[in-house]
Write a protein that binds this ligand. Structure first.
Ligand code: LCS
Length: 391
């Protein structure tokens, strides 16, 4: 049998019946430690001469099932599940860069990532240049002799700007630079960066992978050799995910393809409706023909996703009025959930980004970010419609 299709892997990869009991749902192994048959076995496991569980910071069966599932869905060799998306990004990055190294990163990143790259890592002697990674010539120009990592979000949060992954990966490889992509916005159902040559994929599994606004977690996907280099850092810094969160995410992943299909279908309809609305200045959604990278979106993504941003003609005041008047949509940060979420990046997710960086990246004060859920699309549009009347 060849490689299974995505929907089959979503339900079954890593999620085998429990060998001890036959339970169809992977059990929650709520155990911090695991008994050794004898002292020799304990020693052998610590030395890596025998596989088996030791202590849950070093590995846990429920978490392991999730890691196998995500690795299969992303088409990567292996995965480590982390306590948050930020834990994934910081651990994955710190395994690549050391004092004196340079990171080249997209200019519109999630606020937390921006803070780690431009401020926190600076204190450890790592410098970072932000660049518009949709502009290949600008990326090439910004490469320095000490550049060790090119980091991208595609689409970016919240500007929905795409990066040509194949081209960037090829360019970085020619310079011996590792590439990392945050695939949170798309999920592996819609985009698999490793297929385009990207080396490491990171996720906030808080979003589409778990999908139900009930988990905080992250994941790092890469080659076995990369993860071997990262493991000492990961296991000793203690960024691991707990078994309950892993179980909730395994449960979420079983319906990932179904949720993403519905969310994408609804998002396409909503983006077109917003674009035609007289009170809307512009809409950024990769599935709109007006998106400057529509052709690239069709080439490197299997669908356009559930995320969009837009600005009203009345700017920040109109946007605020609209957000204060939605009834079905939840005024909340986060994304990729079954619930439709609306938020204001300038004062929320990207408030930690210095205003100059934010404006340069196009994140204006009036920008509204929208994450489409799985409710009835006509009800979502009706809610936006009544809120826009008041804006
Ligand atoms: N990557 C992206 C693209 C994100 O949007 C976020 C969080 C993270 C990584 C970090 O993941 P976490 O540690 O929160 O699991 N994004 C958020 C957002 O847009 N609203 O609230 C959090």
């Amino acid at each position: 049998m060849g490689k299974e299709k995505f929907a089959t892997m979503a339900v079954h990869a890593g999620q085998k019946p429990d060998p001890a009991t036959g339970a169809v749902s992977v059990p929650i192994y709520a155990s911090s430690t695991f008994v050794f048959q004898n002292a020799e076995q304990g020693a052998a496991r610590f030395e890596g001469k025998e596989t088996g569980y030791i202590y849950s910071r070093l590995g846990n069966p429920t978490v392991r099932a999730l890691e196998e599932s995500i690795a299969a869905l992303e088409g990567g060799e292996d995965c480590r599940a982390t306590a948050s998306g930020m834990a994934a990004i910081s651990n994955a990055t710190m395994a690549i860069v050391k004092k004196g190294d340079h990171i080249l990163a997209g200019d519109a990143l999630y606020g937390g990532t921006h803070k780690v790259f431009t401020d926190i890592l600076k204190g450890y002697g790592v410098e970072c240049t932000l660049v518009d990674t949709s502009d290949l010539a600008a990326v090439e120009k910004a490469i320095k002799p000490n550049t060790k990592l090119v980091y991208i979000e595609t689409p970016s949060n919240p500007m929905m700007k795409l990066t040509d992954m194949k081209a960037v990966a090829k360019m970085a490889k020619a310079h011996g630079i590792t590439t990392m992509a945050d695939n949170t916005f798309m999920s592996p159902y819609l985009q698999r960066p490793i297929e385009h040559g990207i080396d490491v994929v990171v996720h906030s599994i808080t979003k589409s992978l778990s999908g139900h606004s009930d988990v905080l977690g992250g994941a790092i996907v890469g080659t076995k050799s990369y993860l071997k280099v990262m493991d000492p850092l990961f296991k000793n810094m203690g960024a691991n995910l707990g078994p309950f969160e892993a179980w909730l995410t395994l449960r979420g992943i079983k319906t990932l393809h179904v949720r993403m299909q519905r969310q994408t279908e609804s998002a396409e309809k909503i983006a077109k409706w917003l674009e035609d609305h007289p009170k809307v200045q512009w809409v950024k959604y990769p599935g709109l023909k007006s998106h400057p990278q529509y052709a690239l979106a069709k080439r490197q993504m299997d669908g356009f996703g559930s995320m969009m941003s837009f600005e009203l003609k009345g700017g920040v005041d109109a946007g605020r009025k609209m957000m204060n008047n939605v009834k079905l949509c939840s005024l909340a940060v986060s994304l990729g959930a079954v619930e439709t979420l609306i938020s204001h990046p300038a004062t929320m997710t990207h408030a930690v980004v210095p205003k100059a960086d934010r404006i340069k990246a196009g994140i204006t004060d009036g920008l509204v970010r929208f994450s489409v859920g799985i409710e009835d699309v006509d009800d979502i549009i009706a809610d936006l419609d009544q809120a826009l009347v008041k804006a």
